[in-house]
Design a protein. Structure first.
Length: 459
């Protein structure tokens, strides 16, 4: 009896080992009764190529500022334009002598990327053309269309790690840029001039036609990028008010015009030397992913071959594994994106414009596994639907549309305060990775499946 027990344990152990082995075929499994499901595996070769990104739709509320040069991927520069919010029917309090003492622009941030001791100069210019509140902007926006750089408002030097915030407790760091006091004085006088500017401060749309906004860039510096999460323009002045006893006293105060969701903020990213660092060819054994707005990878599925070979089959699992290689473990080396989106190529703009999450049919997301240095996408739902479509078995009225071409895009997940997932946006933080392409000589990118067919009941 003991020998029988040992044999049973050994048999179960071997079955468990086979079931867990990656890519092994399972000949069959017994279901309740005498219904037998036969399973098998299939592997499909893909095609892949690196795509240089001209631009992406940028809707992130974070403004990125700085410049960073990576030894493998080259230089990334980031700057931005922003409008200011004016509350309805705004007016300054009564200011003695109509005098604005000082003006400052505050750039608040909690995070930065790169060397904390990198020295930068942030410079602020006044826009000459207003951004359109109703228009979608892309990351290759031409700054010259909106700013002639003739009106410089101010500048300040900073290093990310020592830009201590001494003005609020809400943010860790702050770059405080002194703004030309003559600008502040004229701004105040115009707000009092109802004859020439009757509606300038009446609402947001009139205000952004009066003051079109700011362009903020770095005029020198390299080695870091800061993620600015709040911006506001401060006007400081003395004015008279009644104290608790009803006596008029002089006091010091300030008025703030912030950048909010009611106005436009547009980020620009450039990679001036990317092709010099990474010459791209279609037969390369490696593909590349580079954020922000640098490189995507296009993946093409052999949909006709899949439908032909797997007709009438049930798809138990369909896996696309994207493997990272040649990782840079140096101190300032760029790390892989934390999350990738794989989506139908034609949806690259509408997906982000509609603030979408992946649906596992036309779009898929995967997190980076540091243990295995890869991203794994589950395409089971799409492949099953593709086969059903090829077999003519979809329900009447189905709007499913087969597709072959997909893009791999670094993304970031936006969540609410309760950590519920809201939508995905293109990643604004620097990240980069080399991945094995579909023609890699040893470990090519491929689509691996487990499928089954349910024959008639075994007699």
């Amino acid at each position: 009896m003991r020998h029988f027990f040992q044999l049973v344990v050994l048999a179960l152990s071997l079955l468990g080992f086979c079931a867990c082995a990656d890519g092994d075929s399972i000949g069959g499994s017994i279901q309740p009764g005498i219904d037998v499901v036969q399973t098998d595996t299939a592997t499909f070769r893909l095609s892949s190529q690196t795509v240089l990104v001209d631009s992406i739709l940028q809707k992130n509320a974070v403004a990125v500022l700085g410049e960073y040069t990576d030894a493998r991927f080259g230089t990334t520069r980031a700057d931005f334009m922003a409008q200011l919010y004016c509350p309805p029917e705004f007016s300054f309090p009564e200011i003695p002598d109509n005098n604005i003492d000082s003006v400052f622009l505050y750039l608040y941030f909690d995070e930065y990327y790169g060397d904390k001791s990198s020295l930068f100069e942030a410079t602020v210019w006044q826009l000459t053309e207003s951004l359109d509140l109703d228009r979608a902007y892309y990351t290759n926006v031409n700054i010259d269309d909106y700013c002639d750089k003739q009106t410089k408002l101010g500048s300040a030097t900073f290093t990310p790690g020592s830009a201590d915030n001494r003005w609020t407790t809400q943010y860790k760091y702050c770059v405080r840029v002194p703004i030309d006091s003559l600008f502040g004085q004229q701004f105040y006088l115009d707000s009092q001039d109802r004859e020439n500017y009757p509606d300038a401060f009446s609402d947001v749309r009139h205000f952004i036609e009066y003051f079109k906004g700011l362009y903020v860039s770095t005029t020198y510096g390299n080695g870091a990028m800061v993620y600015v999460s709040h911006i506001e323009l401060e006007f400081c002045y003395d004015y008279r008010m009644k104290n608790a006893s009803g006596v008029m006293v002089d006091t010091t105060s300030a008025t703030y015009f912030p950048v909010t969701g009611e106005v436009k903020q547009v980020n620009r990213y450039t990679h001036p030397d990317l092709t010099a660092y990474l010459p791209v060819s279609d037969d390369d054994s490696l593909n590349y992913l580079f954020a922000p707005a640098g490189m995507f990878t296009k993946v093409s599925l052999p949909v006709n071959d899949i439908c032909s070979r797997l007709s009438r089959k049930n798809i138990n699992y369909a896996r696309l594994k994207v493997s990272a290689t040649e990782l840079d473990d140096s101190e300032w080396g760029m790390t892989p994106p934390t999350k990738l989106l794989l989506l139908r190529e034609e949806d690259i703009h509408t997906f982000f414009a509609d603030y979408s999450l992946s649906d596992d049919l036309y779009s898929f997301s995967a997190d980076y596994s540091t243990a295995d240095s890869c991203f794994v996408f589950d395409l089971s739902s799409y492949v099953q639907k593709l086969i059903r479509h090829g077999d003519g078995e979809l329900e009447t009225g189905s709007d499913f549309s087969p597709y072959a071409n997909m893009l791999l895009v670094p993304v970031t997940l936006i969540q609410n305060t309760d950590k519920a997932s809201l939508y995905l946006l293109p990643d604004y933080k620097p990240s980069a990775v080399k991945i094995r392409s579909a023609v890699h000589p040893r470990l090519p990118m491929k689509l691996e499946m487990v499928h089954s067919v349910k024959p008639s009941m075994v007699q």
